[in-house]
Write a protein that binds this ligand. Sequence first.
Ligand code: CA2
Length: 148
Amino acid sequence: MAKNILCLSGPNLNLLGSREPDKYGTATLGAIEQKLGVQAAMAGSKLTCFQSNSESQLVDRIQQAAQQSVDFILINPAAYTHTSVAIRDALAAVAIPFVEIHLTHIRAREPFRHRSYFSDLAVGVVSGLGPQSYELALSYALDHAGKD
Ligand code: CA2
């Protein structure tokens, strides 16, 4: 069955590939998303990607997902991981299963990055594997979305 998957990326991830490559790698978000698009298409599914620096836009996009029959969400909330009750509440409200993604290993970084407002609601968390964190999360979604 074709699956409808939404991939959300939070603040500053639009800078990927252009700043701090030692920490966040050299791949641009566009390149990561393009690869994910191919992976989804090869599985006969639809992937829509959205990045925003704005908390309210991410909340709005999650609310829209419920009207658009999105089966599964992949989300790298970026810095909002550690602060956003609003995005957490939106994900809880729409009740669409999601995987939390991080390029870096947040538990191995500064203590303020150890707390996530999302992990306990997520189906799972993929952290620390660079762009492969996105690919592995998508692979899970393609296998499990819509199955309950
Ligand atoms: O490891 C991740 O994916 C993070 O979600 C990335 C966030 C960070 O706040 C989280 O703790 C972990 C930061 C995204 C900023 O991305 C940049 C990319 C290139 C240059 C500067 C920032």
